[in-house]
Write a protein that binds this ligand. Sequence first.
Ligand SMILES: [Zn+2]
Length: 501
Amino acid sequence: MDYDIIIGIETHVELDTHSKMFCTCSANGFGAEPNVHVCPTCAGMPGALPVINKRAVEFSMMLGVALNCSINQHTFWERKSYWYPDLPKGYQITQYQYPMCYDGYLEFDVRDLSGGWNEQSYRKRVRIRRAHLEEDTGKLTHAGRSSYVDYNRSGVPLLEIVTEPDIFNAHEAYAYLSALQDIVRYLGISTGDMEKGAMRCEPNMSLRPKGTDAFGTKVEIKNLNSLSAVRGAIAYEAKRQSAALDKGEKIRQVTLGWDDVRGVTVVQREKEDAHDYRYFPEPDLPPLDVSDAWLDEVRAQVPELPIAKQARYQSEFGLSAYDAVQLTNNKAVAEWFEKGISAGKDEGPVHPSSFILHPFAKRLANFIIGDLTRLMNASGTAINQIKIKPAQLLGLAKLVEAQTINSNTAKLVIEEMFNTGAEAQAIVQAKGLAQVSDSSVLEKTIGDVLAANPKEVENYLKGNEKLLQFLVGQTMKASKGKANPQMIQSLMKAALERRRL
Ligand SMILES: [Zn+2]
């Protein structure tokens, strides 16, 4: 039978503030010695009072704005009571009745597995039910018969983002989370690093026969620590549940974990009855009121987001959707590209009739997506650490555009620029790399090549036209790659045709 898969996702994002949600301890304790970033407040000592972290409130409002949410300007904190060794107070301070942000949506593109756009790709909108601010718990580690607890993470600001059940397969879940990850990184409110626990997600899903309305039994999948684990776990569960339903079995309401190595889900616990968390207003904190002026200030801090940038790169610079996505995946790369563009702003379009609206945009994009990315990956350097400056790469683009060098030579030059930080023009001069476009020089090289390859010339004249490319190649080689390839092509053809007469 065919089934509809219905997925909702809860994502916990650790906010990248200096201090914790309700005390001045460092919030950046990942990898530190256990229990060094701890004080009476975040260790849950009786009588220690919490103080609200203003920046964390701003960060959560920024995300709300980015996710098209309404913002609750009047909210208050509530205690969620439960006991666990990683929660020393015996309760978590959270927002329950009035989350910081509510009723928004996230729009993103669902692409093919390699991130490309094909006929199966589409734009998707997932409604955001709420995003509320709370504090993280400590971290438990189990080893043998012992368990250890580290309170460095206890009290780190945490934003929980809950979607409506608008996601219908593993692929969409992956695309949603990767769009959300891009956004928190663009906003600078979280590292979004799943492997470090800065972003953790719990999909819940159920299946129902296609065409029916009633929701099936829901399972939850916990502790997924990578985007591919999310995709793997959902795809696996969809298969497992549809096979079980086909056999007439009932789906049990359980909480599952994901075994990355074996590629299977494992039952962690049967669903107990709903907890009674006994929520009540936090008596140690005042209500949280956000003035219009403060909200406006926060709105102004929200930068242009990836999907808007992609649209602008296409309309303003004539770039392809693929190029636009490649350039905007990483905010630092997008900013670097834009610096290069603005360095050449006064140049004006040289190809008014072509699709290239900015004369060097396409070349800059190609250099960044191609050679520069390859060089950065090989050397493990981030774009804001490299020696080449955006204006210098624009300089290289101009040399190619002006046909001073050809694109083969540009590959050598960009490598030299990457290693030394020298100007393109200086490298071309010092190494004598300028393209040879002097037709008398090229004619002479062509004459030599034709004289050295009489058999090929004869066969070409007999009709084997493929040999033209061979002879052009030989000429490029003889010029050490510096010849203008378009000129060689046409001069070679003319030289051969003359021999027919
Ligand atoms: Zn503390």
